[in-house]
Design a protein around this ligand. Structure first.
Ligand SMILES: [Zn+2]
Length: 262
């Protein structure tokens, strides 16, 4: 597939390019309508070329291993701020994941919107399956922009361990499907556990400092410190576990009064 001098190959490639473009349009339209789970896979093949060939050639040779293709690949990889995985909001981007599986949707294997930067854990957890329904469709980081609304909350579940429970707290304007999708996404990538571990490490790292602040100024000063730390982090990422952790600690009277010292 490398050369295009052969007229048949050239027309084959042209046909493939047309199918890829049409498939990309169908993908975007379906994502806007919330019907990705209903996509007809037969509309995402590439005429004249076996699906496996397209995957191998267009993605691996055309995109990953050529200078121009690699530049696009690297550009998509580098898109997330702080190299942060957009699926979990925490891990370091390591790979590009096909949002709709490349083996089922070969015509989308090089579509930039079907290539989502991901950390190794999310790439592994996501797998290659299809959503079973609208409510089980994962959130697409660029097509489902939910982060302008606050949706992540936490509470201290166990004061003796300062264990935080993170959960989805949907804004009133969200419809039920979006709520279900966010909860499904949250569960699939085990975000409650991931965030709780990070929150616990954060508390361990500031325990000595909080103790000093409490001894010197009392619980209101502890609260003021935690609130200020929350504000700067939430200004950066409204639904980041970092800001939500500090906000949760600041709002908890027992914590500010010294439960962290136990
Ligand atoms: Zn991730």
């Amino acid at each position: 597939m490398r050369g295009t001098r052969h007229p048949q190959r050239r027309s084959l490639l042209q046909a493939a390019a047309d199918s890829v473009e049409a498939a990309g349009e169908r993908f975007r339209q379906s994502a806007r309508e919330g019907t990705l789970h209903d996509l007809d896979r037969s509309q995402f093949t590439v005429p004249g070329i076996e699906a496996g060939d397209v995957v191998r050639w267009a993605y691996e040779n055309g995109m990953v291993n050529t200078t121009d293709g690699r530049a696009i690949y690297d550009q998509i990889m580098a898109a997330p701020a702080d190299e942060r995985c957009p699926l979990c909001g925490h891990g370091v981007v390591r790979t590009l994941d096909h949002f709709l599986p490349k083996r089922m949707f070969p015509a989308l294997c090089v579509d930039p919107l079907n290539l989502v930067p991901a950390c190794a854990d999310c790439n592994h957890a996501k797998g290659e399956g299809m959503p079973s329904g609208a409510e089980a469709t994962l959130l697409h980081p660029y097509l489902d922009r939910i982060d302008h609304d606050p949706w992540l909350e936490a509470r201290i579940a166990d004061h003796s361990l300062v264990r935080l429970d993170f959960f989805v707290s949907p804004p009133p304007a969200w419809d039920q499907v979006l709520i279900d999708r966010t909860r499904h996404h949250f569960a699939l990538f085990k975000l409650a556990r991931l965030f709780a571990v990070q929150a616990n490490r954060t508390v361990s790292g500031i325990r000595r400092q909080l103790t000093d602040i409490l001894d010197a100024g009392g619980k209101d000063i502890v609260r003021a410190y935690l609130s200020a730390e929350a504000d700067t982090r939430l200004a950066h990422r409204l639904n980041g576990w970092e800001g939500v952790t500090y906000r949760t600690l600041a709002r908890d009277d027992a914590f500010c009064s010294g439960s962290f010292t136990s």
